[in-house]
Write a protein that binds this ligand. Structure first.
Ligand code: P6P
Length: 336
């Protein structure tokens, strides 16, 4: 159903809920709480250059990465708001080792996995960063949720999305009925529909990968990227390289103008043989959005990301995602 541009995200959420007689309003409430958290984070991120929010907090997270002050602020903002929302029974965050319980008496029927501020290494250089979230239905019957409620594959996702804090703040999400983008008007504090029913162009001549890792890749990956750069104007090669180093920003470009983003396995760090991106709150939600928009998301050995059941909260997975035909061509090249 074509919506008038400019409707608010709350109108979109409520209209979507009204299409489902069984809906109790809890998912709508969950999304609404996440949106409040996003506005809070957006205000802080956009003031970071002026406040003392820039710089590191002196702590390190489970990934062994320096926790930036804005990381910590974003993590706490989401965690505190969602713990008392009454819509979820358990959470997990990129910034925390284990599962995050909710407030006693506030247990709901969903679970939340999130990366509070992805791309944080770019905070101090004013590059777009973002928040990524994924929502499943709980498996356990009641009370506080547990790790099994969280370790679910992307093909069981109820909703997923991201906020991108860039030249403007956008919310892009899907509840399984297409992908819609909303842009924040900070003067009124509302997200307005700006990109309805986003579709990833089937083909596109952009590729996005950190070529600094080239010599650590498998030979097939090196050959594939070499192929994209060889001159064959009849087939539109060489492709143009675009790499920001912030997953939300690189993925958002992919979603809007098409292309292929890759973070493959590499031998650079023996502790991270499957690349750098985490399955539960990076690859899986982005794969859900990509497929909802007509794209595709695989590992570099051709496994569909949405079919992978996580075994640990922070497990990493190689990611090849974007325009369907580009990902299929890459798959042929890598595993044909
Ligand atoms: P590299 C940011 O730290 C992040 O997790 C993703 O947002 C981004 O896609 C990736 O790392 C960039 O990693 O190794 O290319 O710097």
């Amino acid at each position: 159903m074509k919506r008038p541009l400019g409707i608010t995200v709350h109108r979109q959420i409520m209209d979507s809920q009204s299409l489902h007689n069984e809906a109790t309003g809890e998912l709508s409430g969950l999304l609404t709480e996440l949106i409040v958290a996003a506005k809070t984070i957006s205000a802080e991120v956009n003031m970071a250059g002026l406040a003392d929010a820039l710089g590191v907090s002196g702590k390190t997270n489970i990934q062994g990465e320096e926790v930036q002050k804005l990381d910590e602020f974003s993590n706490n903002t989401i965690k505190r708001r969602m713990a008392q929302s009454g819509y979820i029974c358990v959470m997990t965050s990129e910034e925390e080792d284990g599962i995050i319980p909710v407030q006693e008496g506030c247990e709901g029927k969903y679970t939340l996995a999130f990366d509070p501020l992805d791309g944080s290494s770019n905070i101090d250089v004013n590059v777009s960063i973002g928040t990524i979230f994924s929502i499943h239905r709980r498996i356990s019957s009641s009370g506080q949720g547990d790790i099994d409620d969280l370790l679910q594959p992307g093909n069981e996702l109820v909703a997923a999305g991201y906020m991108i804090y860039g030249s403007s703040t956008m919310l892009v999400y899907s509840t399984g009925e297409g992908v819609h983008g909303f842009t924040l008007d900070p003067s009124v504090g509302e997200f307005f529909l700006s990109h309805e029913s986003i579709r990833v162009p089937e083909e596109s001549k952009y590729f996005s990968v950190n070529e600094g890792n080239y010599n650590y890749w498998k030979p097939e990956m090196r050959s594939y990227v070499d192929y994209l750069k060889t001159i064959d104007e009849a087939s539109g090669r060489p492709y143009s390289a675009r790499y920001i180093g912030s997953l939300v920003a690189d993925f958002h470009r992919n979603l809007i103008v098409g292309g292929i983003f890759l973070y493959p396995c590499d031998s650079k760090n023996p502790e991270k043989p499957y690349g750098k991106l985490r399955l539960l709150y990076e690859a899986s939600p982005m794969a859900f959005l990509a497929e909802q928009a007509g794209g595709l998301a695989l590992t570099d050995d051709g496994t569909r990301i949405l079919d992978i059941k996580p075994t640990t909260l922070h497990e990493r997975v190689p990611l090849v995602i974007g325009s369907r035909k580009e990902v299929e061509r890459a798959e042929q090249f890598l595993n044909g």
